[in-house]
Structure formats: structure tokens, C-alpha cells
Ligand binder design. Sequence first.
Ligand code: DGJ
Length: 732
Amino acid sequence: MNIIWNKTYGQFHLYNDSISYIIGTAPGGELTNLYFGKRIHAADDMSYVIFRMGMPNVAVDADTESYSMELNRQEYPSFGTTDFGTQAYEIEMSNGSRVSSFVYKSHTIFPGKKQINGLPATYAKDEEAMTLEVELCDEVAQASLVLSYTIFDRYPVIARHAVFTNRGNTRIKLTRAMSCCLDLPDQDYEWMQFTGAWARERIPETRKLGTGTTSIESKRGTSSANQNPFIIIKRPHTDDFAGEAIGFSFVYSGNFLAAAEGGTHGRLRILMGIHPDRFTWPLDKGDSFETPEVIIAATDKGLNDLSQTYHMLYNNHLVRGKWKNEPRPILNNNWEATFMDFTEEDILRIASKAKEAGVELFVLDDGWFGERNDDFAGLGDWVENPEKLPQGMSGLARKINAMGLKFGFWIEPEMVNPNSNLYRRHPDWVLATPGRKSSLGRHQLVLDFSRPEVVDHIYNMLFKVMSDAPISYIKWDMNRSLTEVFSMDASSEEQGTVYHRYVMGVYSLYSRLIEAFPDILFESCSSGGNRFDAGMLYYAPQAWCSDNTDAIDRIRIQYGSSYGYPIVSIGSHVSAVPNQQTGRSVSISTRANVAYFGTFGYELDLNELSDEEFAEVKDQIAFMKKYRDLIQFGRFYRLRSPFETDQAAWMVVSEDRSRAVVGFYCMRSNVNTLPGFLKLAGLDPDRQYSMEGEKYYGDELMNMGITLMRFYKEGFTISEDHASFVTVLEAV
Ligand code: DGJ
């Protein structure tokens, strides 16, 4: 890994063993992209790739008369000079002008990586990464812009973000500030996005790119289940096993925009950042604005390789603290077992059975506080309900600890019900537009987390419950989108900052709680997977993946989530049947076979199971304890897509390729078909592996595949509806 500055030609080459990123200085002094892709030997002077010929009806720079930004690749373009594409940023000056142009002023190169104030970001030690910060300035706007690029040693990854500073005496307004722009020289790509809604999150959708703009966004205040802040652009033939692709993952949990714009001269521009709608950031003398970070990863070896890069990078350079690379406790959550209707006795009965099965952590979900007996009341009043918890959280936690289980509970700190003491006391603490009706979502309003005193108040209430009781885990939920966004504490000029300040408020509450309780495992949740993003993983290393716990639907949701997020971050539980969301009944074995590939736990009352099922649950827990290290931190391969066939398969392989666990699922039977073969991946071709008492060579398993006939048993074929198997391979 290195970053070379070629002073004579004004060029930077960032490279490691797998990628090169080359930046040049355009004739006007703006930064231009010269190359991004597989590692290359860069010539001394790469400016030969700059296009300098005239073309009809193209604007040409006034000084050089031969250079047009429109015909070249920009690092961080503006609109208003000679680039007519979508701009990366916009500044409104005091005279109303929005034209700006930042030119090279200086740069620094240093080992390691800096953090971003108040925002989540990847981190690295000095020997693990190098950073280039290029300072550019606009003399007319009297502003400076720092573009930051970090290259990681072990990963084909560039982390980018930008910082604007007002260097003059007059206020300027930032009305758009993307985190990155990457211009590529051709458009022969497909765009992949991860789309959905409540209970059907992160479903991959692919389309061909061409001229014009393809984009996804969230304007809900959360990153959203509707569009995940992660996209891939890939060559049309690229699949999980081969081909070029570039991923863009936004380390942020609020409104975002991701766009690919194909120009009519062949350039493809990718932009990602905070959504510019309802975003205005005033900058007075000396003020700065830092954008969140985008992680750009590249591969020429297919989408499994790209996903593995994100998995490893996020496990090693985003997740922090005690739970970094730690296998996750197997938990039992009471939500689908009781909803809000429970007594302490009910909880202890469920917990005691969980302990008997081998569960390690009990989680008390919604309903333990204030007047919270249904979803019309109580949010905001983070004090135990004495009828449900007669000896408080501390009493319950101690009883559960005495059984030999760890204990954790549910919170939804950003919300308030109009029917709550908090709202009655502080009606101005919510996001609401004066004179307008406030839309409710699940009968609740959103607290104005852009105000530090609101965050302080919630912190103090939570701190009290969390410090009184021995707590090991917190599930942090967030169950509605933001509407009528307006802060009653902000001036008219500041209203455009509220969405972002809200997210900063969420991050600051997370930071304070983590600082106070560094050993607690946080799981983020937002009506399931409405805020499953890289920003959250910095604080909460796992996320409740979806409220849809139906095993067959979960195959798709977990498969889709695996493109951008580590397996260990995917909250996955076995729940009761018929499933509460779909009405489908699937065997306890298939439910576990799906849930193993995530954090693993149970979302039901184990007392309700038959003796036979309960015995199976004990075996499942023993299996997960034995293999969770491998499953949660091994190399994950998608093998067969549930979006293309009626079957799905995936596997994880240990780093030394000596062990693997394979999961296979038949979602829908196809009568009178042959079982066929399942090709595995990632094994050592020359080693023999034992599987179900037989031995096979790695090359045999990867090229011919497992014969699925192997898994036929009497009365059971793997081609039946909802049949599945999980099998282990050990090198001999
Ligand atoms: C939505 C979550 O996704 C569920 O798991 C549960 O915690 C409920 N909220 C509780 O209200």
C-alpha cells in the first residue's frame, strides 16, 4: 500500500496489491479522475488520458480553450462552469451566486486514518491504511474543501469524505454536499440496489445502466427498508463467482441519495451522500461541515468477493469494542411470545425454559415501562411499570441472572407517545411544523434529537434503568419515519440542518451510552430492518434484520442482506408457527437452518413446543455453540440464489479452509425433477473433506458439486416444500 505524489505532473497514485486510484490535476486546477480499478503500473505522467479535443456544443474552459470538464472525469464536480452533469456539491454565496470551482492548493499524506467528528467511520492503525487529504480552495466563495481518501492495506477499498470550511467573513450556505463522486470512462454496467419495505427488506434489484440517471434515495429520516444505502455497479456478465464490480456503502443512517448518471459522451458518474432535499447548512466564518463517509470497494472476482471485502472490513475496521469479532450470545426474546401482555412470572417461565435449552441471554422486549400496555401509550417514560416488574428491571435482571442467563431489554429512545408524561411535560420536544397537523406513525411522534437537551433527558432516564440493573444487551428500536420535520428550537436559517442534526443526536446518544456501558451488546432495530446500515454498525454491531421471521421469506432477506453486511450483524431468530407475518408453517429444523446464518436466537416461548421439538432445539443450540465462530466470522459464499430459483444455498468457510458449513433450502418443490448437484466454493481443491461420514476432494465438491441425492432420507427428499439441510465439512 502506498500513496505517491508526482509533483511535476500534479498526480496522486493510491495503490495496494489489488487496486489503483489515480487522481490528476486538470488544466484549471480542479481534480480529475484518471483511473480506478485493478492495480496497474502508472506511467510518470498519466495526463495523456485527459481529453483535450474540441467537440461541437461543448463548453470549454476559458483559459485553456481545449479542456472541458464535461468530457473528462471529475473527482468532485460542481455545476455552473463546464460540467453539465449532476454536481457533487453546491454553495450559495451571499450574493445569490451558486457557481463555484475549487482548485488544488495543497495536500497531506499520512499513515492511518482520522475519525470524523460526531459521525461513524471506519478506523485503521498506521500500518493498516494511508490517507490523502487534498485541500482545494475557491477564492471567490472564500471557502476551502478537503477531499479525503483512505486506502486500506489488506482490502480493495477507498474510504472517501469531504470537509467544507468557510474561510471568509460572510456566511455561505452549503445546499448539497455529497460524500463522493466517482466518474468512470464507460457505461457498460448494471446497477444493483437493495429494495423493499417493512417485512421484505433488502431484496436485490438489478438494471442496465445507460445514459440518463438511475437513483435511489431515502427522505424518511432513516436510511430505510425501502432502499438500503448500498449499491453495486457491475459488468453485465458479473455474477457471484467472477467479474468486475464496484460497491458503494454509505456509513450513515439518515436521508441519502445514491445515483448513477450516464452522460451522452460515455462517462458514468456515481454519487453518494446526504440527500440534498431539505438540506442547507449555513457556514459562518471558520465553520466547517464534514460529510459522512462512503466506502468504495472493487473486485474483478465476482460479488462474493466484493461482499467478503465488506464483511471483513466492517468486522475489523467499523465494529468496535468488546463485541468486535466476538461470537454473539444465543438469545431468547419474548416479543412474539407475549407482545406487551406479560407479567414477571410469564417472563421467568419463558426464561427458565430457555436456560434449560442452552440459551445464553434473555431479552425483554417492548412493554416494560410507563403505561405501555399497547402501542398507544408510554413511549418516552423510561421508568419500569410496577405491575409488570414489581421489583423493577433490577429485580427481574437479578432473577434471570440467578438462572445462569444474561439479561437485556428493549428501548425506543427517539420516540414519544402523545399519551405519555414526557409529551405532556414537553410538547415542544417533538419534530412538528407549527400550525400543521402532526402525522402519527404507530401512534407515536418523533422526539427532536437535534436538540441536545432532549438527548440529555433521554440519556439520563436510560442511564438510570441501565445502571440500576445488571444489563448485558440493549435492543434499540425506531418505529416510524420522520414527517413535518421542523425543530421548535431552530431559527428559520437552521431548519435545513435538522434532518442531519437529528441523526447526529442519535449517534451522540449511542456514543454516550456506549461510553457509560462499554460491555453492553447493542442491537439496532427499526421496525425490523428499516435502519440496517453501516453507520449503525459502528455503534450496534448487530441489527434486527426484519420483523418477518418466516424462515422461507427470511432466506431471501438474509441472502439480500449478505451482499453488503457481515453475517454476524444479521439478527436472525427461530419463531413460532404458523408464522405471525405469513401464516406459513415450516419445520423447526428449517427455521433453525436459516437462523444459524446470523446472530441466532429464539423469538418464542419454548414451553409451547412438543417434547420432540424441544429436544431438537437443545441440539440446535449445541450445534450453534460449536460452529458459531465459523459461521459468524468465516468467509461467506452465496451459492444458489432464491431470487433466481426455487432453491437457495450458501456456505461459510474458515480462513484456513479446513472447515465449512453449508446451508441448502428448497423453498418450493418441483415435482418429478432430479435432485441435481450443488457446487461449493472457497475450499482447498487438493484437500479431502469429510461430510456426513464420506470423504470428498475439494475440487470434486467445487467442480462437480455435492450430489443432492446424498441428502435424501426415508420419507424426506430435499426437493420437498421447505426442506433444508445444514451440513459440516472438515478437512481430513
Ligand atoms: C418492532 C421490532 O422490530 C420488533 O421486533 C419489536 O421489538 C417491536 N417493534 C416492539 O414494539
